[in-house]
Ligand binder design. Sequence first.
Ligand SMILES: [Zn+2]
Length: 283
Amino acid sequence: MPELPEVENTVRDLKPLLVGRRFEGVDIRWPRLLSGMPPEEFTERLLGRQIVNADRRGKYLLFALDDGQTLMVHLRMTGQLHVAAPEEPAGVHDHLVFALSDGAELRYQDPRKFGRFLLTRTPQAALEKLGPEPLSESFTPVELFARIQGRRAAIKGLLLNQSVVAGLGNIYADEALFQAGIHPLSPGYALTLADCNRLHSAIRQTLATAIREGGSTLGRSSITNYRRPAGMTGRYQDRHQVYGRAGEPCRVCGATIQRVRIAQRSTHFCPHCQAGAEAINRD
Ligand SMILES: [Zn+2]
């Protein structure tokens, strides 16, 4: 699913195409995407509104409108936003199509249909549950340590928990733990401040590099998890050290990359570079 680097690239690409434009029409082909708001209400509240900013918090895209509303978008598994000319035929998975005041269309494509749009005046209600933004100054090694201290859950699961730190998903949690040399099954309470120092910088480095590389695109068919709004795929998938590499040799030590399930998600790690937590590993 799109994680922080993919959402960040989407926001950066869309911002110059959307800010200053107004919504002049909306074609709602899959109303369940609207988080329970009736399509008539969504349309009425959106039409005529101008987009004044595009931003991101965690994995949410935030489009600020000129009347104080915010259009929040969560792409979930396979959601993708792109801007197209109206004469370009819409795809079978384009479930929301917004007509913009400059004549272009903002299209939301989502084969799995798990994404959500929320039109609200109080985005804080959803956002205040999120932990710190990992690339912000408020995210420090001490802050990370404080948030996982005393917790029995595996560090992999804790990193996926958006209230611990915002924006990480399966790919970047696995990659950051590899880079920090921490076994994904290590319980939160077992991590020292020194571990948190390494993990903190690994998270930041992994995310910053992934943003620069345009994020990660998985799947080679027409159904990919993520493409940038102009249609390009990310490049960071070629640099994954562990994610999606189960059975292949570790690029650092040659040991075979393992896959286990943690918190209902498949987790990839190198048993040599990420030693430790063997006791827990045996449960
Ligand atoms: Zn290794």
